[in-house]
Each structure stands twice: as structure tokens, then as C-alpha cells.
Design a protein around this ligand. Structure first.
Ligand SMILES: Nc1ncnc2c1ncn2[C@@H]1O[C@H](COP(=O)(O)OP(=O)(O)OP(=O)(O)O)[C@@H](O)[C@H]1O
Ligand SMILES: N[C@@H](CCO)C(=O)O
Length: 321
């Protein structure tokens, strides 16, 4: 369920009269996704994606996200490209809300994650990081350490409703991360939510597109790698799959080599990345909206990942030498 706004064919005909993409044909709601309303839009013999931005995206951030997708497209990264209307605007208004039309990307999520998907992701991730080198937009990461501390304070002792002792474990982890978090790692623009549902494949050995840039921000590249280790390299039963990590990181470093500082920081970054998703999931878990159609994601999955990284002594655990 991810259509929260009513849009009819007449609205679309009126909107498309401002574009050069041909006559309106069809609008079809997309079920996947949670944050925004999305539709497949057919017009002039081609398929597009229409997004109407709902409450959780700050409208002030939208130009940053759209400029980033446009920049990446120019640099050869396959991602949704914003379509401009005749007056040059990519960001428009529909049903009183901000909206944009994007090019449609072929491919689909990986389904069951194979080692080959992880290797292909490593290559695509390094290419993404290099492609942002000359992107001039900046957006602080609202979900970096100070954001985690704020979220932990809002959750407070209620974390223990998820599992007894969780509030203290979160507090201890935050203290350790706050003293040791590395400040000077190579940084730039990161996607920051590169989970399998945001990566498309046409074949398992090649990424065909990246979507959902609405957490993108300025932060360390190695922190993004840590997010991906967590999201891609654990099996559904919670076991860490070092082969997947070795393939992902090996493919990444062929395109963008790691610095010694990045390698040394990796266990801590993985712990921080696990805490970030533990906190947002714990918050959503404890603040479920009655009657909501979206099932909250399991915070404990990320507690197990956090504990794994806490036990790690060096980058060798991720298959790196
Ligand atoms: N450019 C695109 N080409 C093809 N399919 C797309 C495109 N953009 C979005 N989609 C489809 O729409 C779905 C929802 O998109 P997206 O994940 O961006 O939604 P969201 O609600 O903004 O994000 P979230 O997943 O964070 O809730 C995707 O799973 C994908 O199936
Ligand atoms: N990828 C996030 C949710 C959407 O940002 C998670 O799995 O918790």
C-alpha cells in the first residue's frame, strides 16, 4: 500500500499539458513503498513513475534529492531521472502536494540474495560514490550520531518493552560510539538506505538501477559500506555470510580502494550502522499507528547484527586482508 493521495485521469491530463512527454494514457498505483505515493504513468508510448511526496519527506530537501538523481544520471549511474516540464521544473504540485515524474527503470529487486548480487552491488556502490565527487549539493545526515542520541532519548526506557535490557544496551553502545567514532574518513554523498528493495537487477551479476534516494546525505563512504554489509550479508537465520561480504567489498575496492583508516574503522561503522536501523525500527515498533497497513520491521534483527559487530576484532571478519 503506497498510494495515499487521490489522483484521477483528469488531474493527470491537466498536469501533462505542461510537459512534452506526449498524451496521457494510464495511471496505475504501485503497492510497494511506504513513505510516498507512487504510480506507474504511461504517456506518449513510454512508461514513467509519478511520485507524490507525503508527510515524511521534508519539502525543503526535495531539490537536493532531485538534483542528486539528475547529477547521477549525467554521470552514467542508472537511477530515476527527474523529467522536466516545459518551463524547466522537475518539482511540481499535484493534489496540493509536491510531486515529480521520473524515468522508469527496468529490472527488479534481487529476491533471494545470492553472492553474485553482493558482488554486483559492491561495484555499483563504488561507482555511485565516485560519481558524486563533483556533486555540489550538501545535506547533513540527520541520522548520524546526534540523531541517534536524540532518537534513543525519545525511545527512553520503553526500549525494554521490546526486550528487557535493551535501553541500557543502546546507552552503552552510544557511549562507546561517541568516544571512538572516526571523524576524518573519506566522505561525500551517500544513498544511506541501500537495502535490497532499492536495488534493481536484470541479471544477478549486474545492478540495473538504484532507487529511493530520500535518505541521501553527506557522510563517510565507509559508513554506507557498513549499512550495506548489514543489509546484504546476513542470512535470514541471522548468520553472517562472510563470502557475500568478501565479494561485495572485493568488488568495491577494485573501483574505489579503501584507505587504512576506513579498513580499521569498519567494525565500529558496522556497529553504528546497525544501531541506526535498530533505533528507527524500535521507534516505529513502539509508536505503531492503529489500523496502519504497514507492518513495522523487526528491531531485534538489528540488535543481533549490532552484537555480531561488537564481537569483531578487525576487518578480516568481513573477508578483507
Ligand atoms: N524509477 C522507477 N522505475 C521503476 N520502478 C520504480 C521506480 N521508482 C519506484 N519504483 C517502484 O516503486 C516502488 C516504491 O518506490 P520507493 O521505494 O521509492 O517508495 P517510497 O515509498 O518512497 O520508499 P520506501 O521504500 O522508503 O517506503 C519500488 O519498490 C519500485 O517497485
Ligand atoms: N530500510 C529501512 C526502512 C526504510 O528506510 C529498514 O529496513 O529499516
Amino acid at each position: 500500500m503506497a498510494v495515499y493521495t487521490a489522483v484521477d485521469d483528469d488531474d493527470m491530463r491537466a498536469l501533462l499539458s505542461g510537459y512534452d512527454i506526449g498524451p496521457f494514457e494510464r495511471l496505475q498505483g504501485i503497492q510497494q513503498g511506504v513513505e510516498n505515493s507512487n504510480w506507474f504513468l504511461d504517456a506518449g508510448g513510454r512508461r514513467y513513475v509519478l511520485t507524490v511526496y507525503e508527510k515524511r519527506v521534508d519539502p525543503a530537501d526535495l531539490p537536493y534529492f532531485l538534483n542528486l538523481m539528475e547529477h547521477l544520471t549525467r554521470r552514467g549511474i542508472r537511477c530515476p531521472e527527474p523529467v522536466h516540464d516545459r518551463s524547466g521544473r522537475a518539482l511540481v504540485e499535484l493534489a496540493g502536494k509536491p510531486a515529480a515524474i521520473f524515468t522508469f527503470l527496468p529490472g527488479r529487486g534481487p529476491g533471494r540474495i545470492l553472492p553474485a548480487h553482493c558482488r554486483a552491488l559492491g561495484t555499483a556502490l563504488a561507482e555511485l560514490h565516485l560519481a558524486t565527487a563533483d556533486f555540489t549539493g550538501r545535506r547533513p545526515n540527520a541520522l548520524a550520531l546526534p540523531g541517534w542520541q536524540g532518537l534513543a532519548a525519545r525511545i527512553g526506557g520503553r526500549a525494554d518493552e521490546i526486550v528487557p535490557g535493551l535501553a541500557a544496551e543502546i546507552a552503552d553502545t552510544l557511549d562507546r560510539l561517541a568516544t571512538a567514532w572516526p571523524a576524518d574518513l573519506p566522505a561525500g554523498t551517500i544513498h544511506a538506505d541501500l537495502f535490497p528493495d532499492n536495488v534493481f537487477y536484470e541479471r544477478s551479476d549486474r545492478v540495473s538501477g538504484l532507487i529511493d534516494f530520500y535518505f541521501a546525505c553527506s557522510d563517510a563512504f565507509a559508513y554506507e559500506i557498513a549499512i550495506c554489509i548489514n543489509a546484504w550479508c546476513f542470512e535470514p537465520d541471522g548468520q553472517f555470510n562472510v563470502t557475500k561480504a568478501r565479494l561485495m567489498l572485493g568488488a568495491y575496492r577494485k573501483v574505489r580502494p579503501f584507505s587504512d583508516a576506513e579498513l580499521a574503522a569498519l567494525p565500529l561503522l558496522c556497529e553504528g550502522a546497525a544501531l541506526r536501523f535498530l533505533l528507527t525500527r524500535a521507534y516505529d515498533w513502539l509508536n505503531q499507528v492503529e489500523g496502519a497497513l504497514v507492518k513495522p520491521k523487526d528491531p531485534l534483527e538489528y540488535l543481533h547484527k549490532l552484537r555480531f559487530h561488537r564481537s569483531v576484532t578487525g576487518p578480516g571478519a568481513y573477508g578483507l586482508d
